[in-house]
Design a binder for this molecule. Structure first.
Ligand SMILES: [Zn+2]
Length: 324
């Protein structure tokens, strides 16, 4: 038996979570009915535009035609057969019952407190849970990868140590400007059980653990040595550009491109963009390569013991600075 939810989560994450009859017709048997039974899909207003029921090759606006007996019939024009009658079933549409999904999740997770919509059709506070003695808000957010997601993010981060569920698509780590919250994609962690939707508690524990591991790495913050190196480069030479080495170290120590850019801007007193960090990482073979090449030696090396030339003089800082 297929998992009906596999067809559901991408739909929940679409800007207009409505599905037309011809799409539903392409789903495996039982999927549509299961989603209706769960209350996750509910009937929406009939479509004004439909896929041609005859040739399935074009979408047309439906034309209403009142017969002499007063009954209304619907048609679409079709290049194949001129005019095609549109049965009422072909105009049916269903929409995601967002509230129903949020409530079902809150119930299966056994949360306390009321499930509340925080941002219309985008963000819900499902309730509260207690993790290792401290209360945490559990949220459901849609479209954290959309262009306007920063407004949703602003509400999420105001929550109490939030744990965030998304339907299908997690935002990249860089999306979070502060501490990374645990983010779980329902398409990966939710299953259908006897009594409806279920989420394996271990998945949540793993997500919390993962987020905490990454946060503690970032918390350690960039080392004093790196800050000193940056200051020496910038001040000694009055240069404006940083070496790739600095970009890479900042990235490793800050944990994300955004955080590295913010850190370098703060340290240099100049605007260093995320793109600049990105380009420096690309030159070094990409972010993954930079992380893999993590050389704690170069991070820990105190400035005093920097490379020296054969006469024991420190190598000119300009060698560390990339000329633009
Ligand atoms: Zn047609």
């Amino acid at each position: 038996m297929n998992n009906a939810l596999d067809w559901f989560w991408p739909l929940v994450e679409s800007p207009e979570p409505i599905v037309a009859a011809h799409v539903v017709a392409g789903w495996p048997a039982g999927v549509h009915q299961t989603l209706l039974d769960l209350g996750f899909l509910v009937q929406a207003a009939d479509a004004d535009r439909v896929l041609c029921p005859e040739c399935h090759g074009h979408i047309e606006e439906v034309i209403a035609n009142e017969g002499p007996d007063g009954t209304v019939r619907f048609f679409v024009p079709c290049p194949e057969v001129f005019r095609v009658c549109v049965p009422i079933e072909a105009r049916r549409r269903w929409q995601v019952n967002l509230e129903g999904v949020a409530n079902a999740l809150a119930a299966t997770l056994g949360l306390t407190g009321r499930c509340t919509e925080l941002s219309p059709r985008r963000l819900w506070r499902l309730g509260r849970t207690t993790w290792q003695g401290s209360p945490r808000d559990v949220m459901l957010a849609r479209g954290l990868h959309w262009d306007d997601a920063t407004t949703v993010r602003a509400v999420v981060v105001r929550g109490r140590k939030p744990i965030v569920f998304v339907p299908h698509t997690k935002p990249p780590d860089e999306f979070w400007t502060r501490r990374l919250p645990p983010v779980l994609a329902l398409s990966r962690v939710a299953t259908l059980g006897e009594s409806g939707i279920e989420v394996e508690p271990l998945e949540i524990v793993a997500a919390i653990q993962d987020a905490e591991d990454r946060a503690s790495k970032a918390d350690a913050g960039p080392s004093k040595e790196l800050k000193l190196m940056i200051r020496q480069q910038i001040k000694a030479e009055q240069k404006t550009s940083l070496t790739d080495d600095i970009f890479q170290q900042a990235y490793r120590q800050c944990g994300s491109m955004r955080a590295a850019a913010a850190f370098l801007s703060e340290q240099t007193g100049r605007e260093v963009s995320k793109d600049q960090v990105h380009r420096a990482l690309q030159r070094a073979g990409g972010a993954a390569a930079v992380l893999n090449a993590d050389n704690s030696d170069s991070i820990q090396r105190p400035v005093a013991s920097q490379r020296r030339d054969i006469h024991g003089k420190p190598i000119r800082q300009s060698k560390l600075i990339r000329e633009d």
